[in-house]
Design a protein around this ligand. Structure first.
Ligand code: V1P
Ligand code: CA
Ligand code: ZN
Length: 392
């Protein structure tokens, strides 16, 4: 088994279903599932598959979704097709009651965040099946790190689609992990608040949720203030680190490392789940944070260093060449090959997507200037408050 730069052996398993490349949210939609196929193409071309077990798992069953989702919602996902949505007014009304289909905005315009897409149930069962299989591999103890870049859909609710997410594979995976591990830490570096996961475990002291996110008026979903800390037995087991646009590598890690380090120390988790949403990278089409690929991957390195069973999931990410570069490099980090991976992207079927970045992974490129100094001038106060919540 592979030995890593820190000298430890690490057994990594990796889930990938090529069916993801046929999933289409529709023209003009920001979510492009093909980015996961691009990631896989890069991972394969760098030879990283030779250092991991490739999981070829079955999709989840509809019954497995019921560990979190309600029966009526799962039934709807099974029945809903684009044609049915158009022709059947009852079905359309039911879909809209569950967050699927166009929704009117406050200004009278419409968004279709969660469209009734072709193959919807197959897509949900595939990415949930990947996260569940990854969690089971950690439970069995035959792998130390498990990866599913198709997962990380942190906004989905029990009976409601939300923010491009239909089924919450993260909640399902954490519930699976709780069968074997008494305490699970969830860390979310997607640019958006991990609201669906936080809500699912808001009153639990077995799961600590910790989200770093852009928090500004008009920025989706609008929740996750520093004062949002969990409820009842779960008080101080939810933690939020709100950021302003422009946050760069240095500013981010002045928060991430002390806060995550303290969470590891006080909570002593038996397993860790890291949602690696790549919309926190500089140049994302939806968000305004300014992490470099190296700065983003530093989060994976830091958490890997604690040697707890680690589940790595995808999430957002809307500049798709950046997303694939980032998740490929993080796969190299997981298997301990980060120092060996060449910056030059190998020739492979998706290589034309990387023209704008000079066919370079840019994993060792420093973030540009410190744009965080102005917008994020209260970051030190946020750090103090978050650390106080962890000492309470
Ligand atoms: O802001 C909204 C709508 C307006 N409210 C009624 C909700 N939606 C956002 C959703 C962002 C979802 C992020 C998901 C993730 O955290 C995890 C996968 O990354 C939204 C945005 C935006 N700029 O925030 N929807 C869209 N843009 C959109 C764009 C094109 C087509 C459809 C939706
Ligand atoms: Ca987040
Ligand atoms: Zn996001």
């Amino acid at each position: 088994s592979p030995s890593c730069p820190d000298g430890r052996k690490r057994r990594v398993c990796y889930y990938y279903d090529p069916g993801i490349s046929n999933v289409d949210y529709g023209e003009g939609h920001s979510m492009v599932p093909r980015r996961v196929a691009m990631t896989h193409g890069l991972v394969a071309s760098y030879g990283l598959l030779n250092h991991m077990t490739r999981l070829r798992t079955r999709p989840a069953s509809p019954e497995e979704l019921l560990a979190f989702h309600d029966q009526k919602y799962v039934d709807l996902l099974g029945r809903l097709t684009p044609a049915g949505y158009i022709s059947d007014a009852d079905l359309r009304r039911t879909a809209e009651e569950h967050g699927i289909g166009p929704v009117r905005r406050w200004d009278g315009t419409y968004t279709n965040d969660n469209p009734a897409i072709e193959g919807l149930m197959g897509y949900c069962l595939s990415y949930a099946g990947g996260s569940l299989a990854a969690a089971r591999a950690l439970c069995r103890g035959d792998h130390d790190v498990a990866i599913n870049w198709s997962g990380g859909m942190h906004h989905a609710c029990r009976g409601h689609a939300n923010g491009f997410c239909y089924v919450n594979d993260i909640v399902l995976a954490i519930k699976q992990l709780l069968g074997r591990f008494p305490r699970v830490l969830y860390v979310d570096i997607d640019a958006h608040h991990g609201d669906g996961v936080e809500k699912a475990f808001v009153d639990s002291n077995q799961v600590m949720t910790l989200s770093f996110h852009q928090y500004e008026s008009q920025f989706f979903p609008g929740t996750g203030s520093i004062d949002d800390v969990g409820e009842g037995a779960g008080r101080y087991h939810a933690l939020n680190v709100p950021l302003k646009k422009g946050m760069d590598d240095q500013g981010y890690h002045e928060l991430f490392k002390p806060i995550v380090g303290k969470a590891m120390q006080v909570f002593q988790p038996d397993a860790v789940v890291l949602q690696c949403g790549a919309d926190s990278l500089s140049g994302d089409r939806l968000a305004g944070l300014e992490l470099s690929v190296g700065g983003h991957a530093e989060c994976v390195k830091y958490l890997r260093g604690f040697n707890a069973p680690l589940l790595l999931l995808g999430g957002g990410g809307y500049t798709i060449n950046h997303v694939a570069s980032c998740w490929c490099y993080e796969t190299a980090v997981a298997v301990g090959k980060e120092d060996e991976i060449a910056d030059e992207i190998p020739h492979h079927p998706y290589d034309h997507y990387y023209r704008s970045q000079g066919y370079k992974l840019q994993c060792r490129t420093e973030a540009p200037g410190s744009r965080s100094s102005g917008e994020n001038k209260d970051a030190a106060a946020i750090r103090v408050k978050a650390l106080e919540h962890l000492s309470a």
